[in-house]
Write a protein that binds this ligand. Structure first.
Ligand code: ABN
Length: 180
């Protein structure tokens, strides 16, 4: 390509670019265009400042920790294997009408989320009625096999009662523990 041809082509390209810019300026308007660009930039910068929930659902998880005594996750039940007496007409510490508290019990150490302290819990089976069948739970924090009977939960503790039918289990706080 000689110099003359190159110069002519460059001039044509310039004209084309100029014509395109003029058309854009006429249809959009330069101020309008700059305003739009400015709006987009400000909008993009403001997005991270908007009040999105950045907790990753932590608030909901915290709320979920508040369990009632009719739920297996309630803190006192950390070593309870059986039916909750609170779901069977009894309370946390008393057997339902017609059932008697077992003569022997097993213990657990559970942390109360309200004060983060550990408490010694005794679990007693309630005896003399057929299985309640409601709210079956099985948590085994510090639970041990049968050779450590006092911390074993997987047996019928009504075994030493005159009527050894198992109905449900109660969980009483008997002291504060220094276990972590
Ligand atoms: N200690 C509750 C229980 C009763 C019967 C069978 C297993 C566990």
């Amino acid at each position: 390509m000689n110099t003359q041809t190159f110069t002519r082509l460059a001039a044509m390209f310039d004209k084309g670019a100029e014509a395109a810019s003029r058309m854009a300026a006429q249809s959009l308007g330069r101020r309008n265009f700059l305003t739009r660009v400015g709006q987009v930039m400000v909008g993009a910068a403001a997005i991270p400042m908007l009040p999105f929930d950045r907790s990753g659902g932590r608030a909901q998880a915290e709320e979920a920790k508040e369990f009632t005594d009719q739920q297996c996750e309630y803190w006192r039940y950390c070593a309870l294997d059986g039916f909750l007496c609170t779901c069977c007409g009894g309370s946390l510490t008393s057997c339902p009408p017609g059932a008697d508290v077992s003569k022997v019990s097993w213990v657990g150490t559970c942390q109360n989320p309200k004060d983060n302290k550990s408490y010694l819990i005794t679990y007693n089976d309630c005896c003399g009625k057929t299985s309640c069948g409601r709210c079956v739970c099985n948590f085994n924090v510090r639970e041990r096999p049968g050779y450590r009977m006092g911390v074993h939960n997987d047996i019928n503790w009504c075994m030493s009662d005159s009527n050894n039918m198992y109905h449900c289990t109660v969980a009483a706080v008997v002291g504060i523990s220094d276990a972590g």
